[in-house]
Write a new protein. Structure first.
Length: 468
């Protein structure tokens, strides 16, 4: 307890409310609270206060929920005569003129070991990246995101099977005790603060639903980390027989093994096993479309899944429109390429196609050297189709149909939407009796039929050659 320190608390979600309640119970002098405005919530869209604002209202603590940080808000803050701001998960950038109001310092409680994982999603990114430790950091805030001097920092080990909510709970308990001890001797901590090593910083991003989409070409360890990182929101998801299924809890089953990614390999008493790009995972809890979360054993007992079933990465009903394939019967083989030489995340798929076309024209081609190109969101573009000769492979061009994926997956695997569009296109082409073989660019490079390496296309061949 320290009654000579006027605290203005800033926060919005449940974890911030937990810390506010802890300070209030310890009888720190909280002169005011700032939280986000009430928002529509639930199916009925009822206007609902944030957990922090509701706690303040329930406990007669002065509270404001401003839409704008203007002069009127600054006057209100100043009237509370703050010695310190305590900020945790408020949800907006606070301008410097506001941060200068407290007498001693504005303090931010951040759930990572800064300078790593600055930004809005530090717990998710720590789990997603397979970190073995994380922690909490108290900093004196400045005008830049999570870059202020460190007042206090403490690390904890991340348990190998720990979910988002479990780790968040432990970090919140750590934050309560850290904040308590720091506030008791705040002037001393301010005097001894240290600068962050900004050369070691990395940033997280705001998450959206698309981040939860599972790419089954990833190794088992990465997918298990993905599932536990997103176990709170947005939950990791895939599709089974055209219906969305969310994955709540999984563990690594095998770290090695050459399995078909996304295929159900076995059914156990309390889990089902799924093949990945490298190894397999055991799934223990799922949420089928339109149903509540359930244990894997209940999902299995309901005859919802069987060995050999395939989890797809996109909804088959929403896949990109397939091009007309009239004329493809003139081809007898398919080669799979990629355009990573030209990849630039700042450029659109169309701009990259223009660059590839310009290069191929410079090399003496009459058009781009691919018949179809698949964009990063799965859109299929016509290239030289139905123009002959075939795709740019040394020597044996006639009869060769080339498909290129746009994007630098020498550094990252193709997107889920790209893979599903590729599979659909290839399966349609394989129905033509004339198609005798499908080759990755890596195979052709090793046989001396092309100078382009393209080794990363090899990983897709298990998908393409699967008997589906």
């Amino acid at each position: 307890m320290r009654t000579d320190l006027n605290i203005v608390f800033w926060g919005s979600p449940h974890v911030a409310k937990e810390i506010l309640e802890s300070l209030d119970n310890e009888e720190f002098n909280i002169t005011g609270v700032v939280s986000q405005p009430a928002r529509p919530f639930g199916r009925k869209r009822i206007m609902t206060e944030t957990p922090v604002a509701q706690y303040a209202l329930d406990n007669d603590i002065p509270c404001i929920t401003p839409e704008l940080m203007d002069d009127e808000m600054a006057e209100q803050l100043s009237s509370w005569d703050p010695d310190v701001f305590v900020v945790i998960a408020y949800g907006r950038i606070i301008p410097m003129e506001i941060l200068l109001i407290p007498r001693l310092a504005p303090i931010n409680v951040h759930y990572s070991l800064l300078p790593r994982f600055r930004g809005a999603s530090p717990i998710t990114f720590a789990l997603w990246n397979g970190q073995e430790e994380t922690g909490i950091t108290l900093i004196e805030m400045n005008e830049k995101l999570d870059s202020g001097d460190i007042l206090f920092q403490k690390s904890i080990k991340i348990h190998s099977d720990e979910s988002y909510s479990q780790l968040e709970m432990r970090l919140t308990e750590l934050a309560k005790s850290a904040l308590h001890s720091t506030l008791l001797k705040l002037e001393d901590y301010i005097e001894c603060r240290v600068s962050q090593d900004h050369s070691q910083c990395c940033y997280t991003t705001l998450l959206d639903r698309e981040d939860g989409r599972i790419n089954w070409l990833r190794p088992a360890t990465e997918i298990a980390n993905h599932i536990r990182a997103f176990s709170d929101w947005p939950v990791a998801f895939s599709f089974l027989a055209g219906r969305e299924i969310k994955f709540i809890h999984s563990t690594v089953c095998k770290t090695e093994g050459d399995f078909f990614p996304g295929q159900i390999l076995s059914l156990g008493k309390d889990h089902f096993e799924v093949g990945t790009g490298k190894g397999s995972i055991a799934v223990h809890e799922v949420k089928p479309f339109g149903k509540a979360a359930m244990a894997a054993r209940d999902f299995i007992n309901g005859k919802n899944i069987d060995i050999g079933d395939i989890l797809t990465m996109t909804d088959p009903a929403k896949r990109s429109e397939m091009p007309q394939l009239d004329g493809c019967e003139k081809f007898d083989r398919i080669t799979l390429h990629h355009t990573n030489t030209f990849n630039d995340s700042r450029k659109s798929d169309e701009e990259i196609i223009q660059q590839v076309t310009a290069l191929h024209l410079k090399r003496g081609w009459d058009s781009i050297g691919y018949h179809f190109l698949i964009g990063r969101d799965g859109k299929i573009f016509n290239g030289r189709f139905p123009v002959d000769p075939g795709a740019h492979v040394k020597g044996e061009n006639q009869g060769n149909l080339g498909i290129a994926l746009i994007g630098d997956f020498d550094l990252d695997l193709p997107s889920a939407r790209q893979i599903d569009s590729l599979l659909t296109l290839v399966r349609n082409l394989k129905e033509m009796a004339t198609i005798k073989g499908i080759f990755s660019h890596g195979e052709l490079a090793r046989s001396g039929k092309t100078s382009c390496p393209g080794a990363m296309t090899d990983v897709l061949m298990r998908y393409i050659n699967a008997p589906l």
